[in-house]
Structures are given as C-alpha cells and as structure tokens.
Design a protein around this ligand. Structure first.
Ligand SMILES: Nc1ncnc2c1ncn2[C@@H]1O[C@H](COP(=O)(O)OP(=O)(O)OP(=O)(O)O)[C@@H](O)[C@H]1O
Ligand SMILES: [Mg+2]
Length: 290
C-alpha cells in the first residue's frame, strides 16, 4: 500500500484565544511507495508527530489530502498500525494481553493469538514477560512491547513515532536488524519518525528532512545502499555527513530550546565520530596500498 500526502496543512487553535492559531504544517507533500521504508527527520517541534497522527487518521487537518492507495482517508483504519512516542500501552493489562489486544479485537482465535505471541516475544527477546505488568518493565522493554503490538495484526502500513527512542545502543542496533528483517519479509510500507541520523540511514530507503519552517521538506534523500547495511563503508559515512548538514540547516535561524541544544550536541558528537571513522578508513586504505 502506498501513502501520498498532498498539500497537508494543519493549524492549532489557541485554547484561550480563539482568534489566534498556530500554523504547524503548511502545504506539505510527499509520497511513500508500496513496501518502502521512509524516515522523517527533523528538529523538535517541527510537526513530525502531527503529520504522522494525521496520516493515521487520529486528528483532522485543515487542508490537503492523505491518500492511501490513491483513496482519501480521514479516519483510522485496520490498514495502518501506529507505534506511539510514549508507548501508549494499557497499564491494567499484562504484556501478553497488550500484544494480543488487536488480535482479540479482530476475533483471531485464541490458539493462533497464543502462537503468534510466543513467536513475537521470542523475536524481541522478551520471553518470560508475558505475565508482567507494564510498570514492571524498563523503558526499552515497553518500547519493544509497543512495537510487537503494532506488528501483531500484520498491518500493511506501519507508522512509528520514535519507536526505538528509549532503548540502549546495543538493543537499538539489534532491534534495527530485527525490524529490517521483519519489514522486508512482510513488505510493510513504513513511515518512521526518528531523531537518529544513523538509524534513519540504516533502515530507510528514503529520508525526508523536515524543517521548523511549517514542516517544509528540506530534503528527500534516497539511501542507495545494499541491505543489510554496512556502517563502516565510506558511502554510509557520506550519507551521515549529508543528512547531518541538512539537519543543521533545519535548525538554522530558529529560536533554539533545550531539545535543540541536545540535538546540536548529538550532531557535534556525531561529526566527531564520523571524522574518527573516516580517518580510520583512510588509514586502512594507506595500509592496503602498502
Ligand atoms: N494538540 C495540540 N494543540 C496545540 N498545539 C499542538 C498540539 N499538538 C502539537 N502542537 C504544536 O505543534 C508543534 C509540532 O508538534 P509535534 O509534536 O508535531 O512536533 P515533533 O516534530 O513531533 O516534535 P518532537 O521531535 O519533540 O516529538 C509544536 O509547536 C506543538 O506545540
Ligand atoms: Mg514528536
């Protein structure tokens, strides 16, 4: 299934003063092709979650259209599954019940639900947590449960809002590999919001850079690398550099807040890392030339 966003415009009314409003998205257009994995990168507050929730049909827009396979949608549907930034799990349900909830709603037989649950828990290394309550899990575990719940019903479109934001570096890389394997196999069309340049390059077919200028798309970069991707190859690093530069320009000239400072800090650290790797690569070339 494909997604087409056409001239999307969204403004929020000021709750105290009805005459005032804030224009967050202005005339935004982009496509996600059937089976494609596209990431949405951008500074905090530029409207990524707003765009994603409108595509999911969770909130209304003021202008433009969302087309799924060419048909306009305005409401949520079983074709689209959503992974929320803050998990949105049911605290009164156990892990297993949370994951099986969408299957239960679709009246999938209990035996099938149980089998699927077992396979999903195994895949995300969450065996033995089936009977735990959500408050008993770490942030990273909650994120994995949220991801499994979205995948449980095998959606054709997966919308993810920073799905791996709270997991540690190692678990993040492991889940990226698993995510890629599952999505490639199932041919799920995916739109993911992330703050992580490396994650965007590792997983995406295309990366869209959104700016604070009413969500204007600053760049639409095709990641032309074979899968599974090799983080050590030179091309990977040039994508890192290109996207980092674009992200920087998405922040330029804007009022900076604390989250922006964090992002700039991340970009600077990243630049340092990519410099080290580039030096190592160049050294490697020198050695192989010897
Ligand atoms: N329900 C709402 N009412 C009023 N303003 C809102 C509402 N939801 C979002 N906004 C505003 O819209 C802008 C974009 O918010 P959004 O959550 O889409 O940003 P984001 O790019 O996802 O940021 P982050 O990276 O921090 O998650 C922000 O200025 C936010 O305050
Ligand atoms: Mg957000």
């Amino acid at each position: 299934m494909s997604i087409a966003v056409r001239g999307l415009t969204k403004e929020f009314k000021n709750k105290r003063d009805k005459n005032k409003s804030k224009l967050v998205l202005k005339d935004i257009s982009f496509d996600v092709g059937e089976g494609e994995f596209v990431s949405l990168l951008g500074p905090s507050g530029c409207g990524k979650t707003t765009a994603l929730t409108i595509i999911a049909g969770f909130q209304k827009h003021n202008g433009g259209q969302i087309l799924i396979n060419g048909k306009e949608v305005t409401k949520p549907g079983p074709d689209r599954a959503f992974v929320f930034q803050n998990y949105a799990l049911f605290p009164w349900m156990k892990v297993g019940e949370n994951i099986m909830y969408p299957m239960k709603k679709r009246k999938i037989p209990k035996k099938v639900r149980k089998e699927k649950l077992k396979a999903l828990l195994e895949m995300a290394q969450l065996e033995g947590t089936e009977n735990s309550y959500i408050h008993e899990l770490s942030g990273g575990m909650k994120q994995r449960v949220a991801l499994l719940r979205a995948l449980a019903c095998e959606p054709q479109i997966l919308l993810m809002d920073e799905p791996l934001g709270a997991v540690d570096f190692q678990m993040r890389q492991l889940l990226q590999i698993q995510l890629e394997t599952i999505l490639q196999k199932k041919n799920v069309t995916t739109l993911m919001v992330t703050h992580d340049v490396d994650e965007a390059i590792y997983l995406s077919d295309r990366v869209l850079i959104m700016s604070r200028d009413h969500g204007r798309i600053l760049g639409d970069i095709k990641v032309d690398l074979l899968r599974p991707r090799d983080r050590n190859c030179e091309q990977y690093h040039s994508y890192m550099k290109q996207l980092t530069e674009l992200l920087k320009s998405a922040l330029d000239g804007e009022v900076k807040n604390e989250e922006d400072e964090d992002l700039l800090d991340f970009i600077q650290k990243n630049e340092h890392k990519s410099k080290v790797v580039r030096t190592m690569l160049n050294k490697g070339k020198e050695y192989s030339a010897c």
